[in-house]
Design a protein around this ligand. Structure first.
Ligand SMILES: NC(=O)c1ccc[n+]([C@@H]2O[C@H](COP(=O)([O-])OP(=O)(O)OC[C@H]3O[C@@H](n4cnc5c(N)ncnc54)[C@H](O)[C@@H]3O)[C@@H](O)[C@H]2O)c1
Length: 255
């Protein structure tokens, strides 16, 4: 096997959702640097334009859509296959976090948006991508983002978010069993604190400081440090890893 960072990713079509977000931008850039063709997806039109314009190499594309719209998801998979030439990978990062200072303030609307985007849309998108990969017959890679909160619950007002991420982990394990026989690996990445707008939105600075102190590396992660894990999982190097939840919490959580 040729030993390179993105082993096997050259010329592969990869969808990155949440690509205008803090971590998604870094993931899209890392895939492009490995020679993959990226379909950058986000609901944020101006953000996605900026990301697409900065990607190395050629053959990339962008789609602006709300992943909660299941019909738009189906069209996205077809577009990715057509415009990228093939669909080998899905890195699914798009998510919403609604922090509330107390459990008493959580509303039904908070439940609906976080479960719809973080969990329900994840099922339909991952299934559609995996079915397309299965039909292509060349295996594939599905990587979705959980959070350290999937295991610990929330420290910062995100009880429903944490529950949605617990759902992502168990959901992706089911998909790993179903699609493994087709050479499609399915894994999750579980970051601790990453320096992005999502982390900082509505977070009590005291909670941030306490969590940083409880992290052996004594800092928050940078988005690029998450991108390396995603590229690894998508590469040939990770060919025998499936159903895993990769702990990228800087040691805050150890498993
Ligand atoms: N930042 C952290 O500390 C942290 C920690 C643990 C897990 N995560 C997870 O990592 C992933 C990326 O997080 P981030 O910090 O980059 O967040 P971010 O808020 O910077 O990016 C999320 C992106 O998803 C997009 N998005 C939201 N709803 C969408 C929808 N319905 N359709 C399409 N796009 C939509 C947003 O526009 C945004 O660009 C998320 O799944 C998040 O839960 C982040």
């Amino acid at each position: 096997m040729a030993w390179s960072v993105g082993a096997g990713l050259e010329g592969r079509g990869v969808i990155v959702t949440g690509a205008a977000g803090g971590i998604g931008q870094a993931v899209a850039a890392a895939f492009a640097a490995c020679g993959a063709r990226v379909m950058a997806v986000d609901i944020d039109a101006s953000g996605i334009d900026r990301v697409l314009g900065g990607l190395e190499g050629g053959g990339h594309a962008a789609a602006v859509l709300d992943l909660g719209d299941l019909a738009a998801q189906r069209a996205l998979i077809e577009r990715a296959q057509r415009e990228l030439g093939n669909l080998y990978g899905l890195a699914h990062l798009a998510a919403v976090l609604r922090r509330r200072p107390s459990l008493a303030e959580i509303t039904e609307e908070d439940w609906d948006i976080q479960i719809d985007v973080n969990l329900k849309a994840t099922f339909f998108l991952c299934r559609a991508a995996a079915e397309a990969m299965k039909a292509q017959g060349q295996g594939g890679r599905i990587i979705a983002f959980a959070s350290q909160a999937w295991w610990t619950g929330s420290f910062g007002g995100g009880a429903v978010y944490a529950a949605s991420k617990g759902g992502v982990v168990s959901l992706l394990r089911s998909l790993a069993r179903s699609y493994g026989p087709h050479g499609i690996t399915v894994n999750t990445v579980a970051p601790g604190q990453v320096n992005t707008p999502m982390l900082m939105s509505g977070l009590d600075p005291a909670v941030l400081q306490a969590m940083t102190e409880a992290t052996p590396l004594k800092r928050v992660a940078e988005p690029e440090e998450m991108a390396g894990t995603v590229v690894f999982l998508a590469s040939r190097h990770a060919g025998f890893i499936t159903g895993a939840t990769i702990n990228t919490s800087g040691g805050f959580l150890m498993y």
